[in-house]
Ligand binder design. Structure first.
Ligand code: S3P
Length: 179
């Protein structure tokens, strides 16, 4: 088992929408005694708008700027942190480089069919999945992003199937300890 003082001070979770970054991240933070932050929640808090409203009123590119700025700001504010990132954080090269330089980054890799089951009831919160052909769109995003998650992560955590978020967090800690 990993000794928590040996863990890197900052851990970031990346992966596709619905992979469980927030629920696993919260458990990971409490198990390791680090503060937890969710990047989307931080963005919503600082602009006073929901993510869907930012996409609708200002467009995706403004959201991406806010996302990059918030990533930098929250990192500067925390020497220790478990950070759950939005699924698109890896789209920009500078975010990928920043994550590699400042975090131990863990890719939570969940199979596409499982993600689709989870996302079916949560589409309203996810502006990229609003269109009628969302499954097709999600598959294209999923395939295009896999190499970016791979490139950014120092730990590739494959979903173990059926466990709780606590089980997944413990498995992530084990993976970090062995890496
Ligand atoms: C996005 C994922 C969302 C949110 C926004 C864009 C993406 O976060 O940041 O809707 O591009 O994949 P989650 O991965 O937490 O759903």
């Amino acid at each position: 088992m990993t000794f928590f003082h040996e863990l890197p001070p900052r851990i970031a979770l990346i992966g596709f929408m619905g992979c469980g970054k927030t629920s696993i991240g919260k458990r990971l933070a409490s198990l390791s005694g680090r503060p937890f932050a969710d990047l989307d929640a931080e963005i919503e808090g600082s602009c006073g708008l929901k993510i869907v409203d930012i996409f609708r009123d200002r467009g995706e590119s403004s959201f991406r700027e806010l996302e990059a700025e918030t990533l930098t700001a929250i990192t500067e504010d925390h020497a220790d942190l478990v950070l759950s990132c939005g699924g698109g954080i890896v789209l920009s090269r500078s975010n990928r480089d920043f994550l590699r330089e400042n975090y131990l980054t863990v890719w939570i890799d969940v199979p596409f069919d499982e993600l689709m089951k989870r996302l079916a009831g949560e589409r309203t919160d996810r502006p990229l999945l609003h269109s009628g052909d969302y499954a097709e769109k999600a598959r294209a995003l999923f395939l295009a992003r896999r190499p970016l998650y791979e490139e950014t992560a120092s730990l590739h955590h494959r979903w173990s199937g059926g466990g709780t978020a606590e089980d997944e967090a413990l498995a992530v800690l084990k993976g970090i300890g062995e890496s």
